[in-house]
Design a protein around this ligand. Structure first.
Ligand code: HPA
Ligand code: ZN
Length: 308
């Protein structure tokens, strides 16, 4: 694939700070750990294995300085890929459960972003399987900073562990406080999970790939201009799709569903944003014109968070 993909300005809308820690960065933080250890931990047999690995990484992020280093390295990596705008997801749900000082962590990562060339906004994520009360704490944290650079509120974790309807009041509160709803849905649960999210006002869907099983939903997403944040390597690595050839990105695209390509947890899935575009080209036949359209989408759907 031509070098243009490396140099064209791009936006990254779905990347988890905690999942961006490359083995070398984690080794900087944890004495005695080797890159081989980390690489082994980053291999997962299935989605549950991925969640275990994610918990393991997060367990090493003990203080604001650790998160700041993670942010510095991620921002260096994004800048090197010509990512000029990024919405970075922070697992505030996990921080609060671990009784960490989420405000100090947030200040530390914002400080790193201020030193970067990348224009950064933040998405704050709650953990589905921990329920609505814990998620409301996360939404409150975000709402207190919604005039700042936190633009979105999401839910992640085990999609099968709690339906989106649990979060009706939390979502309403987040919306009233100026946050856009960007939940993970339709990743490991079917199209009904995406329906639930859009009915509750989701502006974008994290993954959403199971929409492919429901033509009515695909039309709805197209007609309401609700994009899917598609993360191909992630879906292969977690077993959300059986294999690369089964990934529905092309079918979603052909159906007119708005799509943005993203890296999700790039270190854990051994990918980069540029690589995700290259995979779309090499495995799904996206032409240069189509890829340029997806790059345009990355900026276009960043702006949906700024819509009233
Ligand atoms: N899905 C659910 N939870 C997550 C993910 C994901 O892709 N990445 C980090 N936490
Ligand atoms: Zn994600």
């Amino acid at each position: 694939m031509g070098g243009w993909l490396e140099t064209v300005p791009k936006a990254e809308l779905h990347v988890h700070l905690e999942g961006s820690l490359r083995p070398a960065t984690l080794c900087e933080l944890v004495p005695g750990l080797t890159e081989e250890d980390v690489t082994a931990r980053y291999r997962h047999a299935d989605f549950a294995g991925f969640i275990d690995s994610f918990k393991w990484v997060v367990g090493h992020l003990k203080e604001p300085g650790h998160f700041a280093l993670a942010a510095r390295r991620l921002l260096e990596e994004l800048a090197a890929q010509r990512v000029t705008y990024a919405e970075i997801t922070l697992s505030v749900g996990v921080m609060l459960l671990r009784k960490q000082d989420a405000a100090a962590i947030y200040d530390a990562v914002v400080g790193e972003a201020a030193r970067s060339k990348v224009d950064v906004r933040w998405v704050v994520d709650a953990v589905r399987q921990w329920g609505a009360e814990a998620a409301m704490e996360v939404a409150r944290f975000a709402a207190e900073r919604s005039t700042d650079r936190i633009v979105g509120f999401g839910i992640g974790g085990d999609e099968a562990g709690g339906p989106v309807e649990w979060f009706r009041d939390v979502f309403a509160f987040a919306r009233e406080n100026g946050l856009a709803l960007v939940p993970h849905a339709g990743e490991t649960v079917g199209a009904e999970s995406v329906w639930g999210a859009v009915k509750l006002g989701a502006r974008r869907i994290g993954h959403g790939i199971r929409a492919v099983d429901d033509p009515t939903l695909m039309h709805y997403l197209r007609d309401h201009d609700i994009p899917l944040e598609v993360c191909i390597s992630s879906n292969v690595a977690t077993g959300a799709v059986a294999g690369l050839a089964d990934h529905p990105v092309r079918r979603l695209y052909e159906a007119g569903v708005p799509i943005v390509l993203n890296s999700d947890d790039p270190a854990m899935f051994n990918t980069t944003l540029t690589r995700e575009y290259e995979i779309a080209a090499s495995h799904f036949g996206f032409s240069e014109d189509e890829l340029r359209g997806l790059v345009d989408n990355s900026f276009r759907y960043a702006r949906v968070l700024n819509r009233p």
